[in-house]
Design a protein around this ligand. Sequence first.
Ligand code: DON
Length: 307
Amino acid sequence: MNSVFDYSGFLEETLQESRKHAERGQVASYIPELKKADPRMAGVALMTPQGLFEAGDSRVDFTLQSISKVISLLVALEQRGVEAVFSKVGSEPTGDSFNSIVKLETSEQKPLNPMINAGAIAVCSLIPGSSVEDRFARIADLLEKILGRPVEVDESVYKSEKETGHRNRALAYFLKDINGLEGDVEEVLDLYFRQCSILVNCADLARIGMFLATKGIGDDGTPIVSAKAVRLASAFMVTCGMYNGSGEFAIQVGIPAKSGVSGGILGVVPGQYGVATFGPALDRKGNSVVGISMLRRLSEVLDFSIF
Ligand code: DON
């Protein structure tokens, strides 16, 4: 794409065209605090070698939710190593919903991958530290290095999740029973709920996308995490990042991506762009309908697909 391409105009046009699809989705309601989101919100941001371009509600904060699974996976890979991570999680897509409990007992006694809730909770248990605060600081620290600013937790979402996360609690206690989770179960869950409640906006996610697109290099050109960890995380994003919608997303958009139930999607166009969308109305698989629509259009015009 040449440097005179009108990214801002293109993002605005894409956003206006896609936002009507919000009516096909529904805001997540299983975490009470998330029900308050306005389904009509829509934002998009694209980090390019020429800088950041954005449109719509790109500076509205929302919680990272499942997108945080990519960050904690990077921390665990860096601090505990590949072998330790793969001793607790597998590397296959599930074809089931993100919070499914069904395959836990049949899948070699470990969650099938680190992008589903069970796998992400197992990964959280690997993050070293003497307390939840200490462990959380390692996740926050990585994000702060990428974003160049301190990160905050949305306390009401965190409390809401902690109070109502019965299914995650069930997954975690089951993992503990099969030797799939290190340390204290409630402490690990607390860490997981906190990482899900970190506040970001589309501009932040596009920056994270660019960091992954450049194999772990920060804004100032210094490596923040190893290229190997980024390669593994990106592979998981392709195969499992959009849950049981990952296959269709690979065909329609064709990039490593990770969605979250608050409506964000983080996308990586290796070597080229970081991209992010926001739209709280979700499809039945838990992915933003407006976000997917925008990413399909962006992929078509900017030739995103890695395939
Ligand atoms: O575990 C949960 O329910 C949430 N905190 C995260 C789930 C999530 O974002 C799934 N994504 N689409």
